[in-house]
Design a protein around this ligand. Sequence first.
Ligand code: AMP
Length: 280
Amino acid sequence: MMKVIKTVHEMQAFSHAQRTGGKRIALVPTMGYLHDGHISLLNEAKKQGDLLVMSLFVNPMQFGPKEDLAKYPRDFARDTMIAERAGTDIIFYPDAQEMYPGPFKTTVYVSDLSDILCGKTRPGHFQGVTTVVAKLFNVILPHTAIFGEKDFQQLVILRRMVKDLNVPVEIIGMPIIREPDGLAMSSRNTYLSVDDRHRAISISKGLSNALDAFHKGVRDDKKLREIVRNDIQSAGLREDYVEVVDETTLQPVHELSHTARIVTAAYAGNVRLIDNMALK
Ligand code: AMP
């Protein structure tokens, strides 16, 4: 039977007892409103550990003052069903008061990596992510934690955090799960109007067109970025960025000799969407 734990104290005590009993704990952090992307992480976590903990917490600290915290989609009953079917043992489901009681003074900040790409348009966002993930690690005490490549910058930043701070958690990254037409699955896709949902296909189309060009021998980052830019702009989306970056430093790559990522963010209406593909 799956169990829901809502307090830090109970979660920590439970995890501590499980570790003492020799169990390997795998964690999948989520903000809920689960889709197949989350399920693929849960399936991997199931293979990676004896005890599968999914956290469900819409973290206020990673939302900007003008962002969608209040309207972020939530459906706890449905999430519980999906998580249980995927073999989740524990849902850690704290409220904001439980995670951030009283005056909060400490943050975890991965410099440089947090300030580029999505960090430019979302100042403070990644600091919110690294801080909450560090807290989740200290509360849930996982041996391993599984994240999606959908949020590629987030994955790179978390790997950096764990390395820099000697956090004893193994980070695993999993491929992007897509809708049949190519759109990367996201809880935020529910915000899209019918028209914008249709236009949004241009993001993954653009990326796969760039990947095709890469396979045909194009190595100039400008040309590859131009392909994505053209596709999303002609569909009527507004580009935030299209970059070809190194997979560990996130710095721009101009001559593609080893695997790089083409990463993009674009607005469909006022919905901000992100996607990326490995150039290999
Ligand atoms: P979220 O609930 O959106 O914060 O996402 C929780 C985790 O699921 C993060 O590690 C995301 O990268 C991952 N994730 C979200 N969407 C996808 C997707 N389409 N494919 C794979 N992983 C995903």
